[in-house]
Design a protein around this ligand. Structure first.
Ligand SMILES: C[S@@+](CC[C@H](N)C(=O)[O-])C[C@H]1O[C@@H](n2cnc3c(N)ncnc32)[C@H](O)[C@@H]1O
Length: 232
C-alpha cells in the first residue's frame, strides 16, 4: 500500500530527541500520577504469569516494566529509538529480561492474531490522524485474544464546550509545570491529532470493542476500558 501513513515522522513533540526523552518522566510527574494510572490499567488487564502484553507507544516504558514483573512477555513498541533505549536501560536496572523492545508503530508491527492478553495504549494514539487511529484499533483488536482487554488512555476532546476545555487544560498545565508544560500542551493541540470523544467511542465500537468504562480527568484526559468479545 504506497499510501500508508508515515507514522515514523514525529508530529508535534519530538520524542526522537534525546533531550525530550530525558526530561519526559520528571515533566510528566508534574501533571500525572503514573503509579495510579498503572494501577488502573492493572485493575483491568489483570497480570497473569502466562500473559503476553502489548504496550504500544511505550515511551519511557513505565507500563511495560510494571507489567513485565508479573507476565510472561511484554512487547514494548515505539517509533522513537531513543525512547526505546531509555526504556530498555530502565528495565535492565530492574533485572527484567522478558520485554521485547521493538522499533515500530501502530501500523507497523507483526504479532499473531488472537495472541495477546492485554494492550496498553497510553497518551500515544493521538499521534495518528483519525482514519489511521481506526486502522490502529483494528490491528489491536486482531492481535487480542477473545476476551482480551484494551486500556486506552489519551488526551481526548470533550463533545461539549471543546474550546473551553482545551484552554482550561492549557492554563492548568501552565500552573502545574510552568512554561515547559504549558508549551508542551500548546504543541499538543496545535500540531498533534487529539480528537473528539464521540469519534473515539465510535471507532472503538466500529472495530468491535465493548467499552466497559470511561473515566475523565481534567476534562480532556480520558481512559476507555475496552474488551474484545468472546464470540465474533
Ligand atoms: C506522550 S508519549 C507516551 C509514552 C507512554 N505510553 C506514557 O504513557 O507515558 C507518546 C509516545 O508515542 C510514541 N509514538 C508516536 N507515534 C507513534 C506511533 N505511530 N506508533 C507507536 N508509537 C508512537 C512517541 O514516540 C512517544 O514515545
Amino acid at each position: 500500500m504506497d499510501w500508508l501513513y508515515n507514522e515514523f515522522k514525529q508530529t508535534g513533540k519530538d520524542y526522537a530527541s534525546q533531550e525530550e526523552v530525558e526530561i519526559y518522566d520528571p515533566s510528566h510527574d508534574d501533571f500525572r500520577n503514573i503509579q495510579q494510572e498503572i494501577a488502573h490499567a492493572e485493575s483491568w488487564i489483570i497480570p497473569v504469569p502466562n500473559a503476553s502484553i502489548l504496550d504500544i507507544g511505550c515511551g519511557t516504558g513505565s507500563f511495560s516494566i510494571h507489567f513485565a514483573k508479573n507476565c510472561r512477555k511484554v512487547y514494548a513498541i515505539d517509533i522513537s529509538s531513543p525512547m526505546l533505549s531509555f526504556a530498555r536501560a530502565k528495565s535492565v536496572l530492574e533485572n527484567l529480561d522478558n520485554i521485547d523492545f521493538i522499533h515500530g508503530g501502530y501500523l507497523n508491527y507483526e504479532l499473531p492474531d488472537n495472541s495477546i492478553h492485554g494492550v496498553i495504549s497510553s497518551l500515544s494514539l493521538h499521534h495518528l490522524p483519525d482514519f489511521w487511529k481506526e486502522k490502529a484499533l483494528e490491528r489491536i483488536f486482531s492481535v487480542l485474544k477473545p476476551a482480551g482487554k484494551l486500556y486506552l488512555h489519551d488526551v481526548v476532546i470533550p463533545n461539549e464546550f471543546p474550546e473551553k476545555a482545551i484552554q482550561e487544560f492549557i492554563d492548568l498545565q501552565g500552573k502545574r509545570g510552568g512554561n515547559f508544560l504549558r508549551e508542551d500542551t500548546l504543541i499538543h493541540f496545535k500540531e498533534e491529532f487529539s480528537t473528539f470523544d464521540w469519534i473515539v467511542q465510535t471507532m472503538l465500537k466500529n472495530v468491535g470493542f465493548q467499552v466497559r468504562e470511561i473515566t475523565t480527568r481534567d476534562r480532556v484526559l480520558r481512559t476507555y476500558l475496552c474488551e474484545k468479545p468472546l464470540e465474533p
